[in-house]
Design a protein around this ligand. Sequence first.
Ligand code: PEP
Ligand code: MN
Length: 337
Amino acid sequence: MLIVMKQLATADQIAAVVAAIESRGCTARPIPGGERVSIGVLNNKGPVDVSFFSGLPGVKDAIPVTRPYKLVGREFKPEDTVVDVGGVPIGNGHLTLIAGPCAIESEQQALTIARLVRKAGAGIFRGGAFKPRTSPYSFQGLGEEGLKILTRVREETGMPVVTEVIDEESFDLVEAHADMIQIGTRNMQNFSLLRRAGKAKKPVMLKRGMSATIDEWLMAAEYILEGGNAQVVLCERGVRTFVRHSRNTLDLSAVPYVRNESHLPVIVDPSHAVGRRDLVIPMSRAAIAGNAHGLMVEVHHEPEKALSDGAQSLYPKQFEILCEQIRAIFHTVTAGA
Ligand code: PEP
Ligand code: MN
C-alpha cells in the first residue's frame, strides 16, 4: 500500500503514520516528492487496512497497491528515475547510446572500437569480460584481463563502461571495474545474484529474461531495489518465439508499457533481439520511436573476425548512421511529449 500525505502534512504527522505502519509489523519507506511525501508500506503479510490509514491526520490517500511489485512501480514513485552511469545519465529526457563489441578480445580491439563509437556519439562503452555462452567450447571471455582492458578504455576515452556479471563469485571484481553492472537474460531470475546486485554501489542494467513476462522482469528488478540499490536500468532484448527470421522477437510494446508501469529507465538492445546486422538499424529506429530511453548496440571494426556475435555486430560506419537517424527520431518524439 502507498500512503500519500497531504501537501501541508507536518513532520509529526508523517512520523505518526510511520509509527502506525511499524506497529503493525510492516516496514515504512517514506519517499519525499516535489510537492508531498508518500510512504510505502512494505513487508505486509496480508491486506493492510486502508480505512485505518486514510483516517490518520495528514493523510490524503491510502492506495492499495494491486501490482505484485512495489518499489519499481509508478504508484510508489511517480517521477522518472534517472540513473547516473559514471556521469552519463540514463532516463527522463536523455537519449543514451551504449555501444561496443559483444566481448572484449584484446586491448587493441577494445580501444579501436571505443574510439570509433565515441566519435559517432556513444556515451557508454559495452564489452563482455565474462561471457555466458550456450556452449562450453565457445569463447568464454578474457575474465579479469578483460575487466582491466575496460578500465584502460575508460581512462583513454573518458567513456564509462558496462559489463556483465555472471556469478556471485566474480561480483566484487566486476563491481570494482564497471561503471554499470549488467545482469544478462540468462540470469534475470538468479535470485541470489539479484540480491547481491541490491547491495552493489554501482548501477545495474537488468536485461529481460528470454521467456520472462513483464511482471517477472519487474519483480526481478524489485529484488535489486528491495536490497537497497535504486539505480536500475531495464533492458528489453527480445523474447523467444517461434519465428526463424530473427534470433528473438523484439517486444517493442514492452517499452511504453513498462514506462507506464515503472519509473525506471528502459533501453533496448536490438542486437541480441534480432541476431543479424541488417535488422539492427530499423529496430533501433523503432525502439526510439517507441519511447526507449536509449539503446545498447553491438559494434565491431572487424565483425568477420569477432570471437562472438559477429553476425549481429554493426560496422562502425553503420553505427554512425544509426546515431544520426535516432537523434532525429528522439527529437521528434520528445518535442511532442
Ligand atoms: C550481452 O549483452 O552481451 C548478452 C549476452 O546479452 P543477453 O543476456 O541479452 O543475451
Ligand atoms: Mn553478444
